[in-house]
Design a protein around this ligand. Structure first.
Ligand SMILES: C[S@@+](CC[C@H](N)C(=O)[O-])C[C@H]1O[C@@H](n2cnc3c(N)ncnc32)[C@H](O)[C@@H]1O
Length: 245
């Protein structure tokens, strides 16, 4: 059975969208993964096919109803009960590469996309949905976030990336951001490729790349650096050296 993603959405026509192109699209056509976009509105029971209602306690906007969402989640899980179910929300745990790796190693995922003000909390709790955020900003709907999540997972599935695109050295794989890349020409607009990369000396190149990855991580993401070197801040503070030196 290939990796199976079910997306619950009010806009199923948005899928596969970008996921139908490039690496993910090729993998989809090769059946390395399967995608179904399920219309939440198909689970509405009244004659107006309503999926939302006004927020209890007042306030702007609308909230997705728990009964309709619950029926949609239930139908998706019936088609693949071994899959974790997640809901995309700015309130969720920030998505990172370890979560992506864990999801990619499983049977697939059920992804619930919110719209309007969000989803009734009771169905999130009743279905034990894992709440995931793709960043500290607010989108108008969960669909672009679902595409981000699925794209990140699909590229890790067996056979999707060629050896040339290996995930081994890329950002976050060892807790570091990746080193910078260069290609020909060796000099462009007065800017030269770092000479070591043209030296043919593999050990030197590996050392340079490692040092650059460390420098960039230290400068740009002190949070990642501190996770790799939990005692560095303390040691720096005690002997007066800068924490990340
Ligand atoms: C307009 S937003 C709702 C925002 C919500 N009222 C709040 O302030 O947290 C509508 C939907 O977009 C999705 N969404 C918005 N921002 C997101 C983010 N940063 N990560 C994941 N999903 C997001 C969620 O599914 C959400 O239910």
């Amino acid at each position: 059975m290939n990796w199976h993603a079910s997306v619950l959405t009010l806009f199923p026509e948005m899928f596969p969208g970008p996921l139908g192109h490039s690496l993910a699209g090729k993998a989809l056509r090769e059946s390395r993964w399967a995608l179904d976009a399920i219309d939440i509105r198909g689970f509405a029971t009244d004659r107006h096919r309503s999926v939302d209602d006004t927020p209890c306690g007042g306030g702007a906007g609308m909230v997705l109803r728990p009964d309709v969402v619950d029926a949609a989640v239930g139908a998706a899980l019936a088609a693949g009960p071994d899959r974790p179910a997640v809901v995309l929300t700015p309130r969720g745990t920030p998505l990172d590469q370890s979560t992506v790796r864990r999801l990619a190693e499983g049977a697939g995922v059920v992804v619930l996309c919110g719209r309007f003000e969000g989803i009734d909390q009771r169905v999130i709790e009743a279905r034990n949905l894992q709440e995931i955020s793709i960043g500290d900003y607010v989108l108008s709907g969960g669909e672009p976030a679902a595409m981000v999540l699925l794209d990140a997972c699909v590229r890790l599935l067996p056979g999707v990336m060629g050896a040339a695109d290996s995930a081994v050295e890329e950002s976050f794989s060892g807790g570091l951001l990746e080193y910078p890349h260069y290609t020909r020409p060796a000099e462009w607009n007065g800017r030269a490729v770092p000479p070591v990369l043209l030296s043919g000396h593999h050990a030197e190149i590996a050392r340079w790349r490692r040092a650059e990855a460390e420098r960039i991580t230290r400068e740009r993401r002190p949070d990642l650096w501190a996770r790799l070197h939990p005692n560095a801040a303390e040691a720096g503070a005690m002997d007066g050296r800068p924490a990340a030196a």
